[in-house]
Write a protein that binds this ligand. Sequence first.
Ligand code: NAD
Length: 274
Amino acid sequence: STIPTIRLNDGNAMPQFGFGVWRVSNEEAASAVAEAIKAGYRSIDTAAIYGNEEGVGQAIRSAGVARDELFITTKVWNDRHGYDETLRAFDESLARLKLDTVDLYLIHWPVAGSEAYRDTWRALIRLKQDGRAKSIGVSNFMVPHLQRLIDETGVTPSVNQIELHPRFQQKELRAFHKANGVATEAWSPLGQGTILADETLVAIGRKHGKTPAQVILRWHLDNGLIVIPKSVTPSRMRENLDVFDFTLDADDMRAIEGLDSASGRVGPDPAVFA
Ligand code: NAD
């Protein structure tokens, strides 16, 4: 396949383009993930809270693709923070997926008002040492959270999965990631579909013979970001993946940079979300 990989700070390679399954039921996940793998996706992003790890696991087993060619991410939810609790939550996720290992295990949110994420991180370090999570990282962490993990454990998360799309570009956090060797993974890369009618994106798409969704995903790739768009519609799965035959020029990149907005979030703010 043509999907490039990103070298993580622990030496492992992660596909730069993957498939997200938030708000997909167990049943739907089994067919959607099977369909996605058929379309060429090799990286799947789920989470305990999505309630579809069984369906994802089922699709993986029936896909006819070797396990080591797939990259599976799941996440520990907010009510399972703490060292022992996280180890238990991880076991439960593996049991639902029916896997021996995951490729990436993430702390889903730092959880505002709690400092338990530090003990949770120690559990993830243990899981990596045991080889059960090949790589470990976080999601929705802000600079102070990341700095604290680095200072207290000396282990820098390999990935921070954050809301990131043309209307919310996260420049400050990306600069911190770059300086500290954290790969940036973009969730809701399409702004959950809310930015697809944007005139700038439509015009750029017209110029390249591409859809606004394809322009946005190409923008992520050209910025070195890992991206995990979601669609349960096979034609859109293929459309989203069909972004490896064009590049954006400097004018396009500048125009998209102009869409950034401080109030552009479509999801919760980690500073207050618990
Ligand atoms: P997204 O930005 O990927 O948008 C998905 C929606 O956009 C679809 O439901 C569909 O309505 C529309 N869409 C997709 N492709 C399209 C196309 N080609 N043409 C027209 N419309 C299209 O939103 P998302 O699902 O929120 O984010 C992607 C993934 O990121 C999730 O599935 C999940 O895996 C992950 N995520 C993680 C967190 C987190 O806290 N870590 C939060 C949100 C999402």
